[in-house]
Design a protein around this ligand. Structure first.
Ligand code: ZN
Ligand code: ZN
Length: 379
């Protein structure tokens, strides 16, 4: 049997990643059966439900904060303890190793909407959502290329990340099912831990993350860039721990924020910000305000042109001139601020040296005086 693209059924079956495909197809069915069974037999325990909520939050945020904003985009820095948490709870989300996830995601940004984008929306909503995961790397039907370790050398040099990549399956099975099972065992509900906080939760987290690649490229507005399919929407932000401001993210992928306005829902940003206030994260990368407004102004101009309005309208030209003047002043001030900050830092360093020398001189003089007068400074 051949399809219109000359792909045989045999080739489809050969290209399939069977374990991933079976889990992704069967787990939602299993989740529905489990929820039905637990409801009918009234087996829910509140502790297990609380654990499920915790696992949903921890595994989902380990993906958005850890796999995505930390490992894939390097948008902030943190300590080893949080790195380990991101790797371990990220494993419990059953979304491959950090290496595989970051490699595919960096390709998604580098080649957005093109043939080389592993989950390009141009191949259809369901391809971007889940189908891209069904096929093996490097096969004719797969859209993920073989891993090029040079492109993720910053991650590969970390022994714990290499360990997770090598032993991904046992680590993931332990963190996703056994770990919540063992916690729930403490109140006598091992199977509730495995089935509800494990399987049901993994299905919810899967489809929340998958929505970033499908819904976030289909639903919403494009305030920062018209070039790519990524869109901003508060609805998808609610589903995806704040990743729904995806148009901004594609325009400025290095920024630790996806939502930049204070009232927009981005718990992943709030988490990173809170860590920074506690001294547990630092070097949070933030795109300067004027570059963001410049991007918005470019989109506005493109829209004006698309609507075939002329930019020669006097009022528009005046307003544009004022905006450009403000942008220029802002970036000049930023430069001056940086210069005087650097100057102040250098002066401070010089003063510090002078201070240390002055103290050493003072100490030397006292010792010399004591020696001359045979005084004992020890007591
Ligand atoms: Zn995207
Ligand atoms: Zn990204």
């Amino acid at each position: 049997m051949k399809t219109k693209n000359n792909i045989t059924l045999k080739e489809v079956l050969k290209s399939l990643n069977w374990s991933t495909t079976l889990y992704l197809v069967l787990s939602p069915i299993a989740a529905i059966v489990i929820l039905y069974y637990y409801s009918v037999h009234q087996l829910f325990q509140w502790q297990t439900l609380a654990l499920t909520f915790f696992m949903w939050l921890a595994s989902g945020m380990a993906i958005t904060v850890g796999y995505h904003r930390y490992f894939s985009h390097r948008s902030f820095k943190t300590n080893k303890f949080f790195e380990y948490l991101f790797v371990l709870f990220g494993s419990s989300a059953l979304q491959m190793s950090v290496i595989e996830w970051a490699f595919d995601h960096r390709n998604h940004h580098r080649f957005t909407d093109s043939e080389k984008d592993p989950y390009s929306i141009k191949r259809g909503f369901w391809h971007a959502h889940i189908i891209w995961l069904f096929f093996e790397r490097g096969t004719r039907l797969g859209t993920k290329p073989e891993i090029d370790y040079n492109k993720i050398s910053d991650l590969w040099k970390d022994p714990f990340i290499r360990f997770q990549h090598k032993f991904y399956t046992p680590v993931a099975i332990f963190m996703a099912f056994i770990f919540p099972g063992l916690i729930a065992l403490s109140w006598g509900d091992f199977w509730g831990g495995v089935l509800i906080a494990g399987i049901v939760r993994s299905v919810i987290v899967h489809h929340a993350t998958f929505c970033i690649n499908s819904v976030c490229h289909s639903l919403g507005k494009k305030p920062y860039s018209l070039e790519e399919s990524a869109r901003d929407s508060w609805i998808t932000a609610l589903l995806t721990y704040g990743e729904g401001y995806h148009n901004f993210h594609h325009k400025f992928p290095g920024d630790y924020r996806n939502a930049i306005l204070p009232w927009q829902y981005d718990p992943s940003k709030w988490f990173i910000w809170t860590l920074s206030k506690l001294g547990l994260a630092w070097d949070l990368h933030r795109i300067p305000e004027e570059r963001i407004l410049q991007a918005k102004a470019e989109v506005l101009e493109q829209r004006i042109k698309l609507n075939q309005l002329t930019l020669k309208e006097k009022a528009i030209l005046n307003a544009k001139e004022q905006f450009e003047k403000a942008i220029h002043q802002m970036s000049e001030l930023r430069k001056q601020y940086k210069k005087s900050y650097d100057n102040a830092k250098n002066i401070l360093k010089e003063k510090q040296k002078e201070l240390i020398n002055a103290y050493k001189n003072y100490e030397r003089t006292v010792i010399q005086y004591a020696k001359q007068n045979k005084l004992n400074l020890q007591n």
